[in-house]
Design a protein around this ligand. Structure first.
Ligand code: GLN
Length: 451
């Protein structure tokens, strides 16, 4: 109730939630009370979680930030939602997001931009901007996000949160509306690494309904949080600093805070080594071929026939498709569908799509080589702090560069985190931590030690 009251008070300005249903949330809270009384409670029982509106939740409107799904009430639960339910968590509402998770500022949402609680003239980042703003404004203690090219880490950085994108395949994508299937991964956004670990415990696990879900033994992601306490808790840890993260292109204020954080890590006993990710410079270009290619295929299902929006007036079937998609999708989504269709078409496939896949392989190999020399890679999450609403909206390439430090991690399928590391000109700065495959527990421990 406390959180619902706060949402009622702050959401009209912040616009972090698209859908709130107090009755449903309070019914879940009551069920959690009963579990607590029966001694059947886990760490998340009764904890309200804001859910990104990309996760289908039974009986809840699930819009994915789009007019296309503006009236869609899901008949089933995503695996992530079902897992939070099973843990006794309370669904606090569905959070605003860039349309179909395409964006870095939350300005492509059909439901209007989200404002950054640290400065309401600025963006919260995206695409999980509603989730980030909800937690930053204390409307929710924690939220889910999804990260295809940076959409958990970049908004976490811009809103002073901890956010984790797990290794591809660790969290089920079933019921999570697809953007770019080979890159999409869900993860937690919260105030601390410890909260992220508790959430990941609930979210992770094999799911036979997702063919890319990985069958691995269950892990306790909290297990390392208490490890190696003492004066030099991180002695022996090797931090790799890729020279490509520390060149031009990052705001001086952001870089200063990142360097401070690294100095702090040295005090905690860690050693630093320079590493190199020579193909990272092509990451954004490769991503903007691969992600739109997959999106153009995934979004072909929105045809006005089966579910979602349908244009009210049309002449025949083809006209219905055309009008439905013309009216249902926003400008950025259309841009991605056009790019994706183009790079997959005969005559361009080899030049763009295949070439991008080769670069993707080289980038993944760069990380394999780097992790021979270090345990964790660190650098900035975002090249700048929260930018002004409207500042980059008219220039897609400027917007795409927001993810210059995060995209390579998705192309390689690695786990990545952003944690708060201070302020530049009064705005939050994020430190990015990248781990080797399945190193989530270690990343969380390294983050926790700093916090
Ligand atoms: N900003 C990137 C894009 O627009 C990444 C979005 C995401 O991670 N969902 O595609």
């Amino acid at each position: 109730q406390l959180h619902l009251d706060r949402i009622a008070r702050l959401n009209p300005e912040i616009n972090a939630f698209v859908t709130v249903d107090a009755e449903k949330s309070l019914a879940q809270a009551q069920a959690a009370d009963a579990r607590l009384a029966a001694g059947d409670a886990g760490p998340l029982t009764g904890i309200p979680i804001a859910q990104k509106d990309i996760f289908c939740a039974q009986g809840w409107r699930t819009t994915c930030g789009s007019r296309m799904l503006g009236n869609f009430v899901s008949p089933y639960d995503a695996t992530v939602i079902a897992k939070f339910d099973a843990a006794g968590a309370v669904n606090l509402g569905k959070t605003n997001m860039d349309e179909f998770a395409m964006g870095s500022s939350n300005e492509t949402s059909y439901f209007g931009p989200v404002k950054n609680p640290w400065d309401t003239q600025r963006v919260p980042g995206g695409s999980s901007g509603g989730s980030a703003a909800a937690v930053a404004a204390l409307m929710a203690p924690a939220a889910t996000g999804t990260d295809t090219g940076g959409s958990i880490r970049q908004p976490a950085a811009l809103c002073n949160l901890s956010g984790l994108k797990p290794t591809y395949g660790v969290v089920s994508r079933w019921g999570m509306i697809a953007f770019a299937s080979s890159l999409d991964q869900a993860g937690p956004m919260a105030r601390t690494a410890e909260d992220c670990a508790l959430m990941l415990n609930a979210m992770a696990g094999f799911d036979d309904k997702d063919s890319t879900s990985l069958e691995r033994p269950t892990e306790d992601y909290c297990r390392d949080l208490a490890a190696n306490a003492g004066e030099k808790p991180l002695s022996g840890l090797k931090i790799g600093l890729p020279k490509e993260f520390f060149g031009d292109g990052c705001d001086a204020g952001v870089m200063a805070r990142v360097q401070d954080a690294i100095a702090e890590y040295r005090k905690l006993g860690a050693e630093t080594v320079e590493v190199s990710l020579p193909n990272m410079q092509h990451g954004v270009a490769a991503y903007y071929v691969i992600a739109p290619a997959e999106a153009s295929s995934n979004l072909s299902r929105y045809d006005g026939v089966r579910y979602g929006y349908r244009a009210p007036e049309y002449a025949d079937l083809d006209d219905m498709y055309c009008k439905t998609r013309a009216q249902g999708f926003g400008a950025e989504v259309k841009r991605r569908i056009l790019i994706g269709t183009y790079v997959l078409s005969h005559g361009y496939y080899d030049a763009y799509y295949l070439q991008a896949q080769r670069i993707r392989r080289l980038i993944a190999q760069d990380f394999v080589d780097a992790f021979k020399r270090c345990d964790v890679i660190m650098g900035p999450t975002s090249p700048c702090t929260a930018f002004g609403l409207g500042e980059k909206a008219a220039d897609p390439v400027q917007m795409y560069l927001s993810d210059i430090y995060t995209i390579a991690v998705n192309l390689a399928g690695l786990p990545g985190m952003s944690i708060p590391c201070g302020f530049a000109d009064g705005l939050p700065v994020g430190l990015q931590l990248i781990g080797d495959y399945f190193a989530e527990a270690r990343l969380l421990n390294v983050a926790h030690r700093y916090q």
